[in-house]
Design a binder for this molecule. Structure first.
Ligand SMILES: Nc1nc2c(ncn2[C@@H]2O[C@H](COP(=O)(O)OP(=O)(O)OP(=O)(O)O)[C@@H](O)[C@H]2O)c(=O)[nH]1
Ligand SMILES: [Mg+2]
Length: 345
């Protein structure tokens, strides 16, 4: 009679207890069967699931527990995000593909990283040795050995349970019993130490939020600094551009003068340059002869003869036509006949 009353009191006490909110993180290599497992527990068909990119959040009621499961993508490049969910988790579900013997070492290393993390160590861990329906799947004992599971959980003070299972066997009420059993074990062990775990979750979450806030501020400060530096760079570039523009605007005159000076120097150094013609002295800009140049050229042209022009413009004069023949000298003149008289012209 007394024990019956005690049982009734306990039941009443439990019934009046508020539902416990528990958050679980579900991890494991890609293709292990995490999403299929969650689907089965939810009562959805676990077949034809797509790889998880990022994470999916599932809320479900399990007895007196309101459970939130973070089903995280297991791809190598996604694993980096796992740690962001550790602080708010009360426990861990680690899913192993028992048929993927080739990646068992990768699984071991990944599990070690998870359990060693300061925000996970000490929390209860359920290992689901999934895909037991597959041929060649490692049995429970092989998995324990290959993962050095005992050593890992002892070192990190994690309560641990391993359940060989198959996520595709059924769903809803027909979900693999081992999965149900494992989940029950996990929730009960969290419940046993709920206050301590919940306090830790609260503290770790607050720390993480503060850290995230700090990171955000630092990131914002870095972005601001980069923007300022870029802005200064832009201003400097603009200033340089303006200077160059100004220099370009002024430079043609300077260059022309310089060219002229150089030409003058050349003229003085090489006075017999055959390319020096009067046309060179005409300013390219105005079409007017440059006075200075003309003067110089004029001076110099006194000493110069351009053979080509001379020939072309002043051809040699033709010999004058022979209008009359000069008389031969007197001595050689033919003698007139006797009657004729010499005529002196
Ligand atoms: N044969 C068999 N196939 C399973 C089992 N569990 C899951 N699968 C299949 O394995 C594949 C991967 O399952 P997922 O649930 O997507 O794996 P996951 O761990 O969520 O993978 P990621 O989201 O990439 O991390 C799917 O084709 C599932 O149908 C099982 O117990 N047995
Ligand atoms: Mg998935």
């Amino acid at each position: 009679m007394f024990s019956l009353m005690a049982n009734c009191c306990n039941w009443l006490k439990r019934w009046r207890e508020p539902a416990r909110k528990v958050t679980l993180v579900m991890v494991g290599l890609d293709n292990a069967g995490k999403t299929a497992t969650v689907r089965g527990i939810q009562g959805e068909n676990p077949q034809d699931v797509a790889p998880t990119v990022g994470f999916s959040k599932v809320d479900l009621k399990q007895g007196k527990f309101e459970v939130t499961i973070f089903d995280l993508g297991g791809g190598k490049r996604i694993r980096g995000i796992w740690k962001n969910y550790y602080s708010e988790s009360h426990g861990v579900v680690f899913v192993v593909d028992s048929s993927d013997v080739q990646r068992i070492q990768e699984t071991r290393e990944t599990m070690a990283e998870v359990l060693q993390h300061p925000r996970i160590a000490g929390k209860p861990v359920l290992v689901l040795a999934n895909k037991q329906d597959q041929e060649g799947a490692l049995a429970e004992a092989d998995i324990i050995e290959n993962l050095s599971l005992e050593k890992l959980v002892n070192e990190n003070k994690c309560l641990c349970q391993i359940e060989p299972c198959s996520a595709v066997l059924g769903y809803g009420k027909k979900v693999d019993k081992s999965i149900k059993k494992g989940l029950k074990w996990l929730l009960n062990n969290i419940a046993k130490d709920y206050e301590a775990i919940a306090e830790r979750v609260q503290r770790d979450t607050a720390e993480q939020r503060a850290q995230e806030e700090q990171d955000k501020k630092e990131r914002a400060a870095r972005v601001r600094q980069i923007r300022e530096e870029r802005c200064n760079d832009d201003k400097e570039k603009e200033r340089r551009r303006v200077r160059e523009e100004e220099a370009r605007t002024n430079s043609p005159k300077m260059d022309t003068n310089r060219e002229e000076e150089e030409e003058d120097e050349e003229e003085e150094e090489e006075p017999d340059d055959p390319r020096q013609t009067p046309e060179n002295a005409v300013s390219a800009k105005t079409g007017e002869p440059d006075k200075k140049k003309t003067r110089k050229l004029h001076l110099k042209r006194k000493h110069r003869v351009d053979p080509l022009r001379t020939e072309a413009e002043s051809p040699a004069p033709p010999p004058p036509p022979e209008l009359f023949k000069p008389l031969p000298p007197l001595a050689n003149r033919p003698q007139p006949n006797g009657d004729a008289q010499d005529v002196v012209l």
